[in-house]
Design a protein around this ligand. Structure first.
Ligand SMILES: [Zn+2]
Length: 134
């Protein structure tokens, strides 16, 4: 294989990985403030309890395919999830374009990790504020 092809495949892999990390960040930011486990149960619709399948869990694409709604009960999913996933994938892509595959991928991971930490802390604070007023 040509070097350019390999570089492209590695870049695509890291961008996809960043999007999946974004998906996990959404999960953590959603569950941690409620004191729920981020490992169990499997991702499900908060409204009807349907376990999400492969299509639902595709970063950004899943949201577009489902039209932003749960496929079973049509409850709107909200823009936050695809937005976080797109921002993570975008940060990784920008870092790789800017710095090259290496150390771009490393910079991208740091950016995504930073995003995740900030979003989760913000969600936790929002969670405690809500609890404090009710
Ligand atoms: Zn549902």
């Amino acid at each position: 294989m040509e070097l350019a092809v390999i570089a492209f495949l590695i870049s695509a892999y890291f961008v996809l990985f960043a999007a999946l990390l974004g998906s996990f960040i959404n999960l953590a930011a959603d569950r941690l403030p409620r004191g729920e486990s981020i490992l169990r149960p499997r991702s499900h619709c908060r409204s009807c309890g349907r376990i999400l399948n492969g299509v639902d869990l595709l970063p950004v694409l899943g949201y577009l395919v489902r039209g932003g709604r749960c496929a079973t009960c049509a409850t709107p999913i909200g823009m936050a999830s695809p937005l976080v996933e797109a921002v993570c994938a975008g940060s990784m892509l920008a870092a790789i374009l800017w710095f090259g595959v290496w150390p771009g991928a490393l910079v991208g991971l740091a950016l995504v990790g930073g995003c995740g930490a900030v979003l989760t802390v913000l969600a936790m604070r929002r969670g405690t504020e809500k609890r404090a007023t009710t």
